[in-house]
Design a protein around this ligand. Sequence first.
Ligand SMILES: NC(=O)c1ccc[n+]([C@@H]2O[C@H](COP(=O)([O-])OP(=O)(O)OC[C@H]3O[C@@H](n4cnc5c(N)ncnc54)[C@H](OP(=O)(O)O)[C@@H]3O)[C@@H](O)[C@H]2O)c1
Length: 305
Amino acid sequence: MSKSVLIIGGTGYLGGKVINHLLSRGAKVFALVRESSDTKGLESKGVQIIRGDLSKPETLVPALKNIDTVISTAIGYSNRKKGDNLKSVDDLGNRNLIDALKEAKTKRFVFTSVLNVHQAESVPHFWQKKLIEDYMDQKGVPYIALRPGAFLDQTPKNDFYAGGLKKGSLKVMGSTSVKWTYILSDDVAKYLATAALDDSIPLGRIDIGMNEPMNAEMLAKYASEYTGMPIKVSALPWALIGSVFSFAGLFKPEMADLKKMFDYMFTGRYVADTSLQQKYFGEVPTVKESVFRYCQQIGLTRSAS
Ligand SMILES: NC(=O)c1ccc[n+]([C@@H]2O[C@H](COP(=O)([O-])OP(=O)(O)OC[C@H]3O[C@@H](n4cnc5c(N)ncnc54)[C@H](OP(=O)(O)O)[C@@H]3O)[C@@H](O)[C@H]2O)c1
């Protein structure tokens, strides 16, 4: 019998891709969506809409009725809507959800975390994920936390690399040589759907990434191999840009958070151990093949040779 899966965050960038994977695998898909959000796109795909809000605990337990598995990709720190922030959604909203999962005795919860958050106390939006993982342990909620590295394909608005690769001149923040783990968002979505549907995948935390960490030089090298065109790589001075981020952070906390995130990533510690990913989800995508897919996604033309 097909599973009933409730997704929270289904109107977002990653959540939409998760829904596509769930539907292609025959799941009955429900999406918890706020009153203010447009659901036409989801409804046209056959997703059943349940109105609710992580900030409104009274909407959550009813939404979990007759649901086998819950997936959350929701976040507030990206300030998608007025009033969303780290405290209201990622902290209090997630705690409301976990309390509701406990009360409804939901059997499986798949949480979108972030790679190596246990090492990242200095980065507020990473550390918040760790605190939520801890809260789930404390409450005894049965969960799988997938911990992806950085998305190589950020949303088109936030894409760090597409513009530079298209122009043949890739300018990156701070360093061209420090490596960290990346992953394509569609691979994360596929793993989230699998973790929800396949009960043989045990509860716990799983690092998610490509087969090895990557730096800007590798990105340019593989993108250049894809297009057949040279790509120049250079680093923007982090001391200067970081100070601008810190100053902007006085008014917009997410800018200070971003500065701390890059500081942490430049330590070279944002690197996945993909052994569990390989064990439960199969062959880990290689850096080269992932960069090729990314190039295709952003519309670069493949060289004939
Ligand atoms: N980008 C990366 O490199 C990276 C790396 C590792 C992990 N991640 C994780 O991957 C996920 C990516 O998210 P994304 O890019 O898909 O985010 P997004 O596009 O900003 O979407 C956020 C979603 O959360 C929903 N939401 C926010 N507040 C809510 C509330 N109070 N109640 C119910 N739903 C609420 C939004 O719904 P509305 O339509 O109502 O606004 C939207 O569907 C996040 O968990 C992030 O931490 C990202």
